[in-house]
Write a protein that binds this ligand. Structure first.
Ligand code: C2E
Ligand code: CA
Ligand code: CA
Length: 314
């Protein structure tokens, strides 16, 4: 069209005779599998056919078709990982982490299905289930224990996210001040103005908002300016290197100081050892999360933790 620039792109799948197929039918089918893989990896790329690709893609296609059914058939479960105050080491809340109780493959971690559920559009219904379940579970916990729920960037594309959160709060009776929503930088990267508005609408409900995995991705400081986050969660990759790397210690300290200046609390993620705990505390983090304090666990196992923590504070 005159006066308009049209950008076109291409993805390429390669299959080569004779190794990748002895007949044109098999060659084209295998080139198509390689093309499917190239598109999955972000388009504009070229992939060669590899033996085993067929089986992996079949598995992926199968999982895709099973996801929606999984939500309808209640196959997902939430595990909860404890969050602690860094100074007092008191239990302050839990982060909800989803698992898929797959009938054929057993308990699957989120790395195996969250991205897939975003790609096939199941994340809206899955995200809604997670929000309702997390709020319902947290409403039974002793005050003032809080709940943190992860939001995927794809959930911000729908208009009804604040309504969905409001409805989960109303149905469970959970006080909004006990709910924290965790987002990553990729949420702000993708669709900024609409996203900022949605974040404000969510905050107007009375919930708090945390910037998750800080330090990975683009780590642009302008994201911290674009919205008054309540919390910064410092990614595990910095915390795990704190003992041996002065650079990691300096980064954690700088982010914790930035948090203090901006009025945001800072959680150190992935604290696994006493030494790491000491260092994150000394460097100013206000909260901690990690295997040292507890792994993600089913809701049924939390009672013991509540009993222990009330015995400690009694
Ligand atoms: P995340 O939000 O950063 O969650 C923390 C992850 O680190 C969890 O992995 C947790 O099990 C793991 N972790 C916590 N402490 C330690 C530690 O001390 N050492 C080590 N090595 N790992 C630790 P998980 O449960 O596999 O979740 C992975 C990611 O999947 C999450 O990262 C989050 O991005 C995503 N995810 C989990 N649940 C949900 C959900 O309900 N909704 C959405 N949208 N994403 C979710
Ligand atoms: Ca998180
Ligand atoms: Ca994180």
């Amino acid at each position: 069209m005159q006066g308009h620039t049209i950008s076109i792109g291409s993805s390429i799948g390669l299959a080569v005779f004779p190794d990748d197929g002895q007949s044109s039918d098999i060659l084209i089918r295998n080139a198509d599998l390689a093309l499917y893989k190239a598109k999955m990896e972000g388009r504009g790329t070229c992939r060669s056919f590899e033996p085993g690709m067929d089986a992996r893609l079949q598995e992926r296609r199968q999982l895709e078709s099973e996801l929606a059914q999984g939500v309808a058939n209640d196959q997902f479960v939430l595990h909860y990982q404890p969050l602690h105050d860094a100074k007092t080491s008191k239990l302050t809340g839990f982060e909800a982490l989803v698992r898929w109780n797959h009938p054929r493959l057993g308990l699957l971690p989120p790395s195996q299905f969250i991205q897939l559920s975003e790609e096939v559009g199941v994340i809206d219904s899955l995200g809604e289930w997670i929000m309702r379940q997390a709020c319902a579970d947290a409403a039974k916990w002793p005050l003032p224990v809080k709940i943190a729920v992860n939001l995927s960037p794809a959930q911000f594309k729908q208009q009804g996210l604040p309504l969905q959160v409001a409805s989960a709060l109303a149905a469970s009776g959970l006080l909004p001040s006990r709910l924290e929503l965790e987002i990553t930088e990729s949420v702000l990267l993708a669709h900024s103005e609409h996203t900022i508005q949605t974040l404000h609408s969510l905050r107007d409900l009375g919930v708090s908002i945390a910037m998750d995995d800080f330090g990975t991705g683009y780590s642009s400081l302008s994201y911290l300016r674009s919205f008054p986050f309540d919390r910064i969660k410092i990614d595990r990759s910095f915390v795990s290197l704190m003992c041996e790397s002065g650079e990691s210690r300096a980064i954690v300290k700088a982010v914790a100081e930035l948090g203090t200046t901006l009025g945001m609390t800072t959680t150190a993620e992935g604290v696994e050892t006493e030494d790491q705990y000491r260092l994150v505390r000394e460097n100013g983090c206000t909260d901690v999360q990690g295997w040292l304090f507890g792994r993600p666990m089913p809701a049924s196992e939390l009672c013991t933790l509540f009993e222990q923590s009330s015995a400690l504070t009694a």
